[in-house]
Write a protein that binds this ligand. Sequence first.
Ligand SMILES: NC(=O)c1ccc[n+]([C@@H]2O[C@H](COP(=O)([O-])OP(=O)(O)OC[C@H]3O[C@@H](n4cnc5c(N)ncnc54)[C@H](OP(=O)(O)O)[C@@H]3O)[C@@H](O)[C@H]2O)c1
Length: 440
Amino acid sequence: MLSVNPGRAVRVGLVGLGNVGSGALSILSGNAGQIEAKLGFPLRVHSVCSRSVAGKELPAGVDAVRRTADWRDVVNDPEVDIVCELIGGTGVAREVIDAAIGAGKSVVTANKELMALHGADIWEKAIAAGINLAMEASVAGGIPIHTVLREGISGDRIQALFGILNGTSNYILTAIERHGSAFETVLAEAQRLGYAEADPSADIDGLDARSKLALLSALAFGERIAPSDIYTEGIRRLTPLDFQYAHQLGYTIRLLCAARQTPEGLLLSVRPALIPRDTILAGVQGAYNAIWVRGEYGADTFYYGRGAGPHPTGVAVVSDLMRVAREIRNGSPERVSPFAHARLGAYRPIPITLQRRAWYLRFRVHDRPGIIAALAGILAGKKVSLDAVLQLPSDTKEDLPFVITLETTCEADLRDAVEQMAALDFLKEPPLALPMETSL
Ligand SMILES: NC(=O)c1ccc[n+]([C@@H]2O[C@H](COP(=O)([O-])OP(=O)(O)OC[C@H]3O[C@@H](n4cnc5c(N)ncnc54)[C@H](OP(=O)(O)O)[C@@H]3O)[C@@H](O)[C@H]2O)c1
């Protein structure tokens, strides 16, 4: 059972001093007075750990803390009450958290990847050990969406949740939209500015957003959701031309994370989608994140802020540390896992191919007579209704772009039609199919 000397501060061991760790440390140091005033007792950094800790410059006020390059020193230190895991990944981070729980210490983590994959097991262990666990920073950095879903609107029954959860891809898409530059050019600029990693795959292929949507869906629906339950598609194929066509239609394009309850089950996806330009989500620009939650009783609520960065994410970590410190002081570990339920049936994920949406199909063709007739024939064969054909002026007949929009169609039929179209010899590349979110 937890026991903390009531006369002293609650003490933190920080493991990981990168972007988030250094941000959290600077807030713990710079805002120590207000943190103590709000808590009624001090929250102290007792030790810090990173592989290169010897060379790290620490903020004034925490330079006297114990430094170590071995995380076991933090976890096994009887003076440490809370272990804050800010390493990332699913290897050493898991060992740190398991060992901390084993040693009866509370844990704060920002690790979306680990919690999306193994959160249910980790929570079970934490509950059995009677320690506190908090993970606010694991989704949408500075937006306190965990607290919103677990506390603020937990009385509602969530019907749908939409999010822009990856700042890097949103920065890239909004830069393509604003400047008309090619995807590769904008990605290179994002890498130069430090918005995108040298290996950008986790961001631009939707994998980072998928981990976050898995966590948010678990919180929103009380369901066990694995990342593999979520249909995922990245943004590599988008061009400035897609934004021009989308604008003509009154839409823009974002990497949209969506979780919707239907009578059959949950539809989960991370994919580029057309969203109406006059919705609040379309206004989310640059590296910002946003989450839009639709409840049965409370209707729509919207949350917006910085999804990453040392200080926004650091605030989420420090606020978690404060909550856990209060719980330690009051002897009340949080005993309900956000992943508590077995599959509930109504919230069971179902294949995305069952969904019905309107569609945007963009083609690039060698121009010749009969193209529209050939495409319309395939659509008619699948009983899919064509809504409109759009063609912006083009200089060349060798690489002619145009767009067809489709009325509401089941994704399974749409995919069959696109597969048949991809074999047509006048296409320069397979058609790009994006859902149109007409109901946002
Ligand atoms: N970056 C963000 O804005 C953001 C936002 C939300 C959530 N997160 C999550 O926060 C976590 C940390 O991300 P980050 O961006 O801060 O990562 P980062 O900049 O790469 O920092 C990782 C830190 O962990 C340390 N570390 C790695 N392996 C270690 C080991 N075996 N033993 C001790 N220390 C080790 C590194 O030490 P050395 O530097 O000494 O090698 C470094 O200080 C991740 O789970 C990430 O998903 C990040």
